[in-house]
Write a protein that binds this ligand. Sequence first.
Ligand code: KIV
Ligand code: ZN
Length: 515
Amino acid sequence: MKDELIIFDTTLRDGEQSPGASMTKEEKVRIAKQLEKLRVNVIEAGFPAASQGDFESVHAVASAVKDVTVCGLARAVENDIVRAGEAIQPAESGRIHTFIATSPIHMEKKLKMSPDQVVERAVWAVKRARDFTDNVEFSPEDAGRSDIDFLCRVIEAAIDAGATTINIPDTVGYNIPEQFGALFEQLLNRIPNADKAIFSAHCHNDLGLAVANSLAAVSAGARQVECTINGLGERAGNTALEELVMAVRTRQDIFTVDSRIYTPEILAASRLVAGITGFAVQPNKAIVGTNAFSHESGIHQDGVLKHRETYEIMRAEDVGWSTNKMVLGKHSGRSAFRARLKELGIEFETEQELSDAFVSFKDLADRKHEIYDEDLQALVTDNNTRRVENETFRLIALKANTEMGDQPSAEITLWVAGEEKTASAVGGGVVDATFKAIEQLVNSGASLELYSVSNVTNGTDSLGETTVRMEKAGRIVNGQGADTDIVTASAKAYINALNKLLDPGRKAHPQAAAV
Ligand code: KIV
Ligand code: ZN
């Protein structure tokens, strides 16, 4: 029997810290349910002290999932720990993750605390967290740049105080694999009570080494890895769950551990997170990119056809890529629709949600001959986005005109806070004209930071998924839309971003000094 490698997913906390990736409570619950299907061991659902919205999200996730531990993040201060403790209350298994920085630069410049004060505070925080749960994780933030003797001292004290998991963060993504592996080896050898806790790796990808560093830590004795779906996270992101899990699973000849992850759910998780956050996956991304299993060159194709292992180290279907692609069409009925969605792991809470999705499906089937799994997933994500949207603005009608030699124009009708309003505008292209027409009605004062369109499947009748990123007074939001018509998809995404901008929820950053 191999040791279990605990997979701690922090998509909903560290992933969400990526500017523009913030998620609503409902979106977090949907992702959490998918993570449960994926069989991650721990979901870090948020930072409850950040805002009332964050508290409610962690609480909702803790109520919604069962076979997974739900964790709340807390700085080493009273209010954070109490809020985290309260937020995880409904969980069958709840954890508090408390942290304080231990690198000289963070202690001196951010915390303005001496090393002795940091040790004292770490011990206090772990003991206080134990008042709420006996599952307490402690992180010496910026461990990757901390003094090893000091790390040993603070970690030994935290374990004595009751920490059951010790997480070692390379907060700024500075380490390289050899060094990070050696750090684990030294900590595990030198800390006298190291055997009383599970050691965990938490890596950032600033040098593109997050997965490699996490694997080095695992080889050196780490038994938990913290990661996010698609490697989502601030700056260059965190360790990508799908890459880490598949590296360990594929190289069982090397690793003495394995995770309990049910890998066929990986692709669905990747698509869900990309759809909700608007952070698209690059085509050549390992495991979940659209090209990850396609063989272009004749020599490769020939080899794969003769014997797939000549060029394939993993099976596409083992991570959720289906070979049976065309699934439904114009004549498919409601029960075939429901059954296929169920096979994809999509279930509806109410009959009304199913009916709404079925209406959208019929509408799509009128415009698109063959409906693929990817279309169904995008359609449901699009429907859910609009259902949970705080609907100050809603798209009612759109007319766009383009003719070579003439200026493109658009006329849009929106529902604006209870009133139907129409405006028209011209622009450099029809999408530009559409956004200008929307702005005439809304006058948001926000700036457009990013606009992207990607095809869900091949073919010109494919659903286009559109992302719009907007910024106003330092706040960044992403809006999403999907439609076979990319101008409509773009308008939906723009309106979705506007609705999110109006949502007042502002939150504190957990890594800001609180002590
Ligand atoms: O990167 C980091 O140091 C963190 C801590 C809060 C664990 O995310
Ligand atoms: Zn982090």
